[in-house]
Design a protein. Structure first.
Length: 400
């Protein structure tokens, strides 16, 4: 009776957390749109207070206690996020920390499902409102090419990123149930993103997603016919798990080596839409720091006119390194690597591919540490695959 009461308390707390979590996601999503929302005073600070209270209460009723290694890691995580947040004043770091800690002992599928339903619903409403003229549909004319549209989001590439991350979430939830028709539709969606938004990176990532999942499904189906389980090559799964570090090192080294005197670098910079030149400029002007610094940036989002003082660090890796410092940069790569290695250990090949695609997309775009786009960083402490199975077995043994 006592155990049942405790279980009911946990479910109530979990549902309350997921509700606050959904509101959190919606709040940050709305800032990426052209909707003008007048939020109540102290809305987000009150939301944080409720989130902190739920995290504390959830931890107090939890039967699972952290061992000393986990405790040291969690304290270190909190210390780094708070130290960096206090240096550059970026409140989003506190919000990200709360979302990571709050996900503890919640099924990763539940988190991703709530995120997907919330953001997908909001995105469809935004698209409809922009097409009906209720909110502004920012359009960008391109000589000799189709006009790029943002469909109610601040910039066309950001709209493409929303679609990409929703597809990543969708296929994470589908995993072993993925059908070929879904992959064919995904290819079509990538084409529409390329045509109407001109979001080349996101379109490429959507096509890449469809391609790797198509290959994975073929291998799985073939293994199933032979009554075996598909096993990714060890060296390759290790490569995918390390994708974040590899991609970060790649863009960092190229940006540091970039020189205007090299025709090869100029061509590469053009292909990468000036990511190398702006990254190097950021390094020269602001330099590296331990705990980060405030960097004023002015991008194209929210307006169809290019600002005279345009400066934006699009690459997630360069942006995190310069804005949040060396310690946070290393911490994020470690967290991403831990999630990847866990997916590899649990043979969750779809998640491994998803993490690698996000790592690749983050070379060009700034959404790796963006609450309104990437929910996969929050599954660090969530219950996944084998962890959840072990929990169920443990619960069954107690009942026996």
């Amino acid at each position: 009776m006592k155990e049942k009461l405790l279980e009911n308390k946990k479910k109530v707390l979990e549902n309350l957390y997921l509700t606050v979590f959904a509101v959190f996601c919606l709040y940050f999503f709305m800032w990426t749109t052209t909707f003008w929302v007048s939020w109540p005073d102290f809305f987000v600070s009150d939301l944080r207070t409720v989130m902190i209270a739920l995290i504390v209460v959830k931890a107090s009723v939890s039967e699972k206690k952290s061992n000393w290694k986990e405790l040291v890691f969690e304290i270190g995580l909190i210390a780094v996020f708070l130290a960096v947040k206090n240096r550059n004043g970026q409140e989003i770091l506190l919000d990200t920390l709360l979302l990571i800690l709050g996900a503890k002992e919640i099924a990763s599928e539940k988190l991703i499902r709530v995120y997907t339903v919330t953001i997908a619903t909001a995105l469809f409403v935004t698209i409809g409102a922009s097409l009906l003229g209720i909110i502004e549909n920012l359009s960008y004319a391109q000589p000799g090419r189709m006009t790029r549209m943002a469909f109610g989001i601040g910039y066309p590439t950001d709209f493409g990123a929303h679609v990409l991350f929703l597809l990543l979430c969708y296929f994470y939830l589908r995993r072993k149930k993925i059908q070929y028709v879904e992959l064919a539709i995904t290819v079509l969606i990538g084409g529409l993103i390329y045509i109407f938004c001109g979001a080349r990176t996101n379109a490429l990532c959507i096509w890449l997603l469809a391609g790797v999942l198509f290959y994975t499904k073929i291998r799985r189906d073939d293994a199933k016919k032979r009554k075996k389980e598909y096993e990714m090559a060890s060296w390759f799964s290790g490569l995918l798990a390390s994708a974040g570090t590899i991609c970060a090192a790649g863009i960092l080294i190229l940006s540091m080596l970039y020189t205007k005197g090299s025709s090869i670098f100029l061509k590469l910079d053009s292909i990468l839409s000036q990511r190398l030149s702006f990254s190097q400029k950021g390094m020269e002007v602001y330099g590296f720091s331990i705990f980060g610094q405030y960097i004023p940036m002015q991008g194209n989002g929210g307006s169809t006119e290019t600002p005279l003082n345009y400066f934006f660090l699009d690459s997630s890796y360069i942006s995190i390194l310069l804005q949040y410092g060396l310690i946070m940069f290393v911490m994020i790569l470690i967290l991403w690597g831990i999630i990847g290695l866990r997916a590899r250990k649990e043979k969750d090949w779809v998640l491994l591919w998803i993490l690698a695609i996000i790592a690749f997309q983050s070379i060009m775009e700034q959404h790796l540490l963006d609450i309104s786009y990437n929910p996969f960083l929050w599954i660090l402490f969530a219950e996944t695959g084998k962890k959840r199975k072990q929990k169920k077995i443990s619960g069954a043994e107690k009942n026996i």
